[in-house]
Design a protein around this ligand. Structure first.
Ligand code: PAF
Length: 273
């Protein structure tokens, strides 16, 4: 069956099916990681809606909004091949009325770790995600663990604001050499791609340790040897993103962000301490 492309909320309303609906929110430039989100979404619903919207609200003034890859035709082919029912691809004008005033605040959790380097980013993410939830009215929505703090904040928003959507997290998809799939990988030159492997290598080195301080020391040692600029390498509670110390036991996220040339990459791994 062909994918229905809905550009407006009216078209979306007509295209939305009757049974269980799963939403996979994306900014396009779809890759194998997105395919895995779509496949997981299909397990949870009768109809999958993929949204494709490069959300201006979540980009800072010096970030890559204008150069963010826009590959709509290829994205549509991916969606068709994966059996997606509806692609919702609104314009910025459709999403944001010029007189808009109200937005979602990610609170303290939106200002730490990734949020400390991207002020306002998570407010922008939560605002568009809540709007997408209200427009699509899905039963379930799937997000990648690759954006671990985003996933944690979406879970927090759903709990704090009583949003009636089930949130499913999907494991990160990696290249055979460890590089986490990301739409931003296409910015990397072959040499930069090689350097970028230090992120996943650092996570693997950290994973091999048990105590929080040893996990961090092992990961940071790998990053120090690579010619990249590290924004952070932290070990945090997966639900709150508060940093943990050696007195902590339980699940944790080892998260890293670094710039390789002009490309900023993030990666993380879930571990049990
Ligand atoms: O993860 C992304 O691609 C974006 O942050 C999202 C969730 C689609 C919101 O714009």
């Amino acid at each position: 069956m062909d994918v229905i492309v809905a550009r407006t909320r009216e078209e979306l309303r007509k295209a939305r099916g009757e049974g269980r609906v799963a939403l996979v929110p994306t900014m396009g430039a779809l890759h194998e990681g997105h395919r895995s989100l779509i496949r997981l979404a299909k397990e949870h619903a009768d109809q999958v809606v993929v949204s494709i919207f490069v959300n201006p609200l979540q980009f800072g003034p010096n970030e890559d909004f204008s150069r963010y890859p826009r590959t709509f035709d290829a994205d549509l082919e991916v969606c068709a091949a994966e059996g997606v029912g509806v692609v919702f691809a609104p314009s910025a004008e459709e999403m944001y009325p010029p007189d808009r005033q109200v937005s979602v605040s990610a609170g303290h959790m939106g200002t730490i770790v990734e949020g400390a380097f991207r002020p306002g980013h998570f407010d922008g993410v939560l605002t568009v995600v809540l709007k997408l939830f209200n427009l699509v009215q899905p039963d379930v929505a799937v997000f990648g663990q690759k954006d671990a703090q985003q996933l944690a904040l979406i879970r927090r928003m759903v709990a704090d604001l009583d949003v009636p959507v089930e949130i499913v997290g999907a494991p990160t998809v990696r290249e055979p050499d460890g590089l986490a799939l990301s739409s931003r990988n296409r910015y990397l030159s072959p040499q930069e791609r090689e350097i970028a492997l230090a992120l996943s290598r650092a996570l693997r080195a950290g994973e091999a340790e048990r105590a929080p301080s040893a996990v961090l020391a092992a990961a940071r040692a790998v990053l120090e040897r690579a010619p990249l600029q590290v924004d952070y390498c932290v070990l945090v509670d997966p639900a709150t993103f508060a940093e943990v110390d050696d007195s902590y036991y339980g699940p944790a996220v080892l998260a890293v962000a670094a710039r390789v040339g002009t490309t900023r990459l993030i990666d993380n791994v879930l571990l049990e301490l």
